[in-house]
Write a protein that binds this ligand. Structure first.
Ligand code: SF4
Length: 243
């Protein structure tokens, strides 16, 4: 059975050859500041929402941030300290905007593994609020909102938890940390069907060994470019990646 997570699915959809290099061949892109910073914020908020008390303090949130800060992927100490300071600002704003509605989460970093349409689908959900009878899913994002409007991540998590708990969640939310905005994602039947269809399509592509390169603007910043024949074409024929 093919094993997929949302990152694998989106990697394959963006470029099957990139997926091949990363997940079949085993090349790992180097950790960068953006990834490390995002994980540090996630870890701090995971700590906050695991606390079993009515209203944790800002100091407790900062304490989690300090203890769980990941110092990897930064190009210099200055860059790391710029990011660290930005994180303090983001968490302070987050705290004052959300603390009055604070509830200990039902689960933070909830790991799941389910079978959907014959695909072994696994993932980690940042936060599940409520209880097993009535629950909502939330995913924190440090990147831009527009990158997620069409994302199938939460619809797939919806399907996974419906399978696991026996009934669907009451709501799906992204929280955009830089904008301090919580956005509700409507997941109607169309969106859920689209998510399932993408899962099956990607699993079929992988199962059939289809790993062709997909040229596009993302080639310019691709970590695997030097291993890709796109680079060879650029050097020998002067063809720049285009959509
Ligand atoms: S350079 Fe472009 S085509 Fe090549 S692996 Fe990266 S994203 Fe795919």
């Amino acid at each position: 059975m093919i094993h997929l997570s949302y990152s694998r699915l989106s990697s394959y959809s963006a470029c099957p050859y990139r997926f091949y290099l990363e997940y079949v061949f085993g090349f790992r892109p180097p950790l960068n500041a953006r990834m490390s910073f995002g994980s540090s914020l996630h870890l701090a908020l995971e700590g906050l929402y695991s606390l079993r008390k009515p209203r944790p303090s800002l100091e407790e949130l900062f304490q989690f941030y300090l203890q769980r800060w990941l110092p990897y992927g930064y190009r210099s100490k200055e860059e790391q300290s710029r990011y660290f300071e930005e994180g303090l600002v983001i968490l302070r704003e987050y705290y004052f905007k959300n603390i009055l509605q604070f509830r200990t989460a039902m689960s933070t970093e909830l790991r799941f593994q389910v079978e959907l349409e014959g695909v072994n689908f696994s993932g980690i959900i940042d936060r599940v609020d409520g209880n097993r009878e009535a629950y909502t899913l939330l995913d924190y994002k440090t990147s831009r909102q527009e990158d997620y409007l069409d994302s199938l991540q939460l619809p797939l998590y919806h399907l996974a938890l419906e399978e696991r708990f026996g009934h669907p969640p009451d709501g799906l939310y992204y929280y955009f940390l830089r904008e301090q905005e919580q956005s509700h994602l409507p997941a109607g039947d169309d969106k859920l069907a689209e998510a399932l269809e993408a899962l099956v399509r990607v699993a079929e592509g992988i199962g059939r060994g289809r790993f062709e390169p997909k040229k596009g603007p993302r080639c310019r910043s691709c970590d695997f470019r030097k291993f890709c024949r796109i680079e060879e074409e650029r050097l020998t024929l002067g063809i720049e990646p285009s959509e």
